[in-house]
Write a protein that binds this ligand. Structure first.
Ligand code: SF4
Ligand code: SF4
Length: 313
């Protein structure tokens, strides 16, 4: 299907035009996970641990990202023979822009989208969320203690729950955030998984007590502290999981820069194949969860994209 995505119109005003090619079933229907990262690199927060803090983009630059997003969403709709799980991993904060909100809501209703998720600081208005399909939209939210007010963050979490949207919440694992993390854990419902992102470069500075604290908050914290050996190991990245940028360039993952093809190539499927990893190690959740030998699908199951372990689903 083609659709005209007008970010200024309510979702209900989107018009659908069947594309003739979309009616021809592909001989090899597949289930593909896409990590999408367009050219958005701006953010409304200023976290000192982030290179994208308070960076602004011009209207023209945002327009380019918006057009790329529109093209990507159209492409997903145009391939009903395949089933997609999509995680948006923007460098900056995307969900403050109405066109991301509308596109996510829209994608969540497509029959060939199993799941659509996004990493967000949850600072956006949630007045669009009721237009999303709560069975398909999920959020990976991060609380940034130096930029978010706890009450406001919790209020948003509460709103998500009211709308039946599943999500994880997390904090970057600096010891100076311990007090904020303690309060967040106390006030967040027990059913919500709170992850702690291990800051690998800071690990030598952490005390044993810091690590025990983080582990007490997030039972999977230590899992996130490793650089996993990956060279020559089987990984689903490049076969059933790919990274895609705004131009459609396909890479195995965000951590191996070599392109393997382009999503907008009519024969894009031919680029997908089993490959062993060419990096020495893999240390980021969005990468190592796809390493076969770690078997983390047994830990996260259907919540692997939004980082929600089975125990919390
Ligand atoms: S909210 Fe995220 S993208 Fe924005 S400055 Fe903080 S870490 Fe960076
Ligand atoms: S192990 Fe990590 S770096 Fe290697 S292919 Fe998989 S996701 Fe990419």
């Amino acid at each position: 299907m083609n659709f005209e995505l007008n970010p200024h119109s309510p979702i209900t005003h989107l018009s659908f035009i069947p594309h003739p090619l979309s009616l021809i079933p592909h001989p090899f229907p597949m289930s593909l996970t896409i990590l999408y990262r367009g050219s958005l690199v701006s953010c409304n927060y200023g976290c000192e641990y982030c290179p994208f803090a308070k960076r602004q983009q011009t209207t023209a630059e945002l327009g380019v990202d918006r057009q790329s997003l529109e093209k990507f969403a159209n492409w997903i709709a145009d391939h009903p023979q395949h089933e997609f799980s999509i995680l948006f991993t923007p460098w900056g904060e995307a969900l403050i822009h109405s066109w991301y909100q509308q596109t996510l809501a829209w994608l969540s209703h497509l029959p060939n989208v199993r799941k659509v998720a996004i990493q967000t600081n949850l600072s956006c208005s949630l007045d669009w969320i009721e237009q999303a399909n709560p069975d398909r939209l999920t959020l990976w939210t991060t609380f940034h203690p130096e930029w978010s007010k706890l009450d406001q963050f919790l209020e948003k979490c509460n709103d998500l729950q009211q709308y039946g949207i599943h999500f994880s919440a997390g904090v970057v694992g600096f010891s100076r955030f311990r007090e904020a993390i303690t309060t967040l854990r106390q006030r967040l419902p027990k059913t919500i998984y709170l992850w702690i992102n291990a800051v690998k470069a800071e690990l030598p500075q952490l005390t044993a007590d810091d690590r025990a604290f983080f582990q007490s908050i997030d039972p999977l914290y230590e899992l996130n502290t490793h650089h996993y050996p990956s060279l020559g190991k089987a990984c689903r990245a490049g076969a059933s999981v790919i990274s895609v940028d705004g131009d459609g360039t396909m890479r195995r993952c965000h951590f191996i820069k070599d392109a393997i093809g382009n999503l907008y190539d009519p024969a894009f499927e031919t680029a997908l194949m089993e490959r062993s990893c060419t990096n020495k190690t893999c240390h980021c959740h969005i990468g190592y969860v796809h390493l076969d030998y770690l078997e983390l699908n047994k830990v996260f199951g259907a919540g692997i994209l939004e980082r929600v372990p089975i125990a919390y689903q």
